[in-house]
Design a protein around this ligand. Structure first.
Ligand SMILES: [Zn+2]
Length: 150
């Protein structure tokens, strides 16, 4: 039996590190079936000049590289903000078992908002989804970041 441990604090510290790099503060963590952290990442779209370098994508890539597999069955993904449609599709393709996210994102989200990727018949793997973890901290990071850039 693995005890339930929230990894949202680690995801939030990845988000804070992203803000210090001038990136939109979103952070993600992937845990393996034993609950060990196998990847952690924050947004790097500006640094890498790559619109796909979202925290979730970078964390999934690192976890897949570590596992030597393009699928991550039994793995969980923690992310501070509701994933966008691209990341939701990647989460499904990677066969992530459980998705834990912080704040909902009415503007860019693709899970509870917008495209609602997991609700489509064409989505062949749906993770279990849990939201609201440390949502106020996640939202505050984003608010502070965008306020400082105006
Ligand atoms: Zn994304």
């Amino acid at each position: 039996m693995t005890r339930f441990t929230s990894h949202m604090q680690q995801a939030l510290s990845e988000a804070r590190a992203a803000a210090l790099r001038g990136e939109v503060p979103v952070g993600a963590v992937v845990t393996d079936p034993q609950g060990r952290v196998v990847a952690a990442a924050g947004n790097r779209t500006r640094e890498l000049s790559d619109p796909t370098a979202h925290a979730e994508i970078l964390a999934i890539r690192a976890a897949c590289a570590a596992a030597g597999s393009e699928r991550l069955p039994g793995h969980d993904l923690w992310v501070t903000l509701e994933p966008c449609p691209m990341c939701a599709a990647a989460i499904s393709a990677a066969r992530i078992a459980r998705l834990y996210y912080g704040a909902g994102d009415p503007r860019m989200g693709g899970v509870e908002h917008g495209a609602q990727v997991f609700s489509h018949a064409q989505c062949h793997h749906r993770p279990q989804v849990y939201n609201g973890f440390s949502a106020p901290q996640s939202q505050q990071l984003l608010r502070d970041f965008f306020a400082s850039r105006r």
